[in-house]
Design a protein around this ligand. Structure first.
Ligand SMILES: *Cc1c(COP(=O)(O)O)cnc(C)c1O
Length: 433
């Protein structure tokens, strides 16, 4: 194993000397799967190619954005056009209004949108706005949800922090952390208890309505409805972090799927079409609390950057076509059926969970409903599964605490190949159990 990735191994050694851990985001480290990260040369449709020339079927989608696959011609065309005009002006362009209009169109809960440069910035700003608007300090966050690395939200966070077993982070002051109250996902009583104790101090609840950053877990029936009611009753804001789920689970995100109007929504990933973008959005009276109209300050030199806006806009224009979501659902369903059949036939202790085109194969025999359930998964077994899938030419997120993504570029044959690889790998692991 590994001989066919000599160049990656060398590139990693070199990177480690000048970049902490050799990666610019911990989620890219392969430490949990006991491998060196794979260095990428290029992407094309459903495939990634590493610098050693190996080809992989991709289920990471750059962690979500590449819903159309790599290098969709419509997006590349717009980027090329913009390149000729200039890459940044620090002044308004019409593209920004156009993309905001699209988001407003697809999200009934959204009247106004402010563009930023990452999902982290989006949630950080949304939290500041929620606090400023309500005049309250405390935030409720759900265990295992990841909302970027802003101080207030880096408490019991998912994704890379969960993979590395980091509960909080040095550098986040105790005073900041204590304003964030963490409760388990899918647990109504825990939220009720917090409101009973702190009711008038709670600025809002932020959540991934369907989680991706502790693996894919959907809300139990009634849970989201309950959150909407209890926040409204207590004058707190309901904040949907749709950085991952926005334009992914449906054109109108999880809020369309569960028919709930949050007060604030955050976006990222897909809305940048592969460029660095984030956004926070919501009802007019809340969004008008942001500078320059309102007192809550938030700014950005490269916010609404024309290259990023072009990539995002071209992507969202493709997603206007609702048929895309029917196609994604069909692909995802095919994969689900295949994986579940494999698990059943091999009597393998695994639990497959999927919402739309996001899925996770959990290495546990029981149903996964929250972060504690994910933590009880067999990480060693996951790591072995991951490495074997890589050998089979299938590129997955290198952690049990992540979502896998299905892109539009995956063909029937690609899915069949993946299901067959899944069978062979599970069979091999089962024999070793
Ligand atoms: C990825 C993600 C973020 C952070 O976005 P970045 O662009 O990585 O800063 C925030 N929230 C959710 C739900 C995410 O999936």
């Amino acid at each position: 194993m590994g001989d066919q990735r000599k160049k990656s191994a060398k590139a990693f050694k070199k990177a480690e000397k000048v970049i902490p851990g050799g990666v610019n985001s911990p989620a890219r480290a392969f430490s949990a799967v006991e491998m060196d990260p794979i260095f990428i040369e290029k992407g094309e449709g459903a495939y990634l190619y590493d610098i050693d020339g190996n080809q992989y079927l991709d289920y990471v989608n750059s962690w979500g954005p590449m819903i159309l696959g790599y290098n969709p011609p419509q997006v590349i065309k717009k980027l090329k056009e913009q390149l000729k005009k200039g890459t940044s002006f620090g002044a308004p362009t019409e593209i920004e209004t156009e993309i905001a209009e699209l988001i407003v169109d697809f999200y009934p809960a959204v009247d106004k949108v402010r563009m930023v440069n990452s999902g982290t910035e989006a949630t950080m700003s949304a939290i500041r706005l929620a606090r400023g608007y309500t005049g309250r300090d405390k935030i409720i966050k759900l265990e295992g949800c990841y909302h970027g690395h802003g101080d207030s939200l880096l408490v019991d966070a998912g994704s890379g922090a969960a993979t590395l077993g980091i509960k909080g982070s040095p550098g986040v002051t105790e005073n900041t952390a204590k304003e964030t109250i963490v409760v388990p996902y899918n647990n109504q009583q825990a939220v009720e208890k917090v409101f009973t104790e702190y009711g008038s101090e709670i600025a809002g609840i932020i959540l991934e309505p369907v989680t991706g950053n502790m693996g894919v877990i959907g809300p139990e029936p009634g849970y989201i409805d309950f959150l909407r009611k209890i926040t409204r009753k207590n004058g707190a804001l309901l904040i949907f972090d749709e950085v991952m789920t926005g334009f992914r689970l449906a054109r109108g995100g999880a809020q369309e799927l569960y028919k709930i109007e949050p007060d604030l929504s955050t976006f990222g990933k897909i809305i940048g079409g592969g460029m660095p973008v984030g956004a926070y959005a919501g009802r007019r009276e809340i969004m008008d609390y942001v500078a320059p109209v309102g007192p809550v300050y938030q700014a950005g030199t490269l916010s609404g950057n024309p290259m990023a806006m072009q990539a995002g806009l071209a992507t969202l224009k493709e997603l206007k076509n609702k048929k895309i979501y029917t196609q994604l659902e069909a692909k995802a369903e095919k994969l689900e059926k295949g994986f579940k059949k494999n698990i059943e036939e091999l009597e393998f202790p695994a639990y497959f969970n999927r919402v739309g085109s996001m899925f996770t194969l959990f290495f546990t025999a029981k149903k996964v409903k929250n972060y504690q359930d994910v933590k009880s998964c067999d990480q060693k077994l996951f790591a072995a599964y991951f490495r074997n899938m890589i050998e089979a030419g299938i590129y997955l997120p290198p952690s049990q605490f992540e979502a896998n993504f299905i892109s539009l570029a995956l063909s029937e044959e690609n899915l069949d190949q993946t299901i067959a690889a899944n069978y062979q790998v599970l069979k091999k692991l089962k024999a070793e159990l």
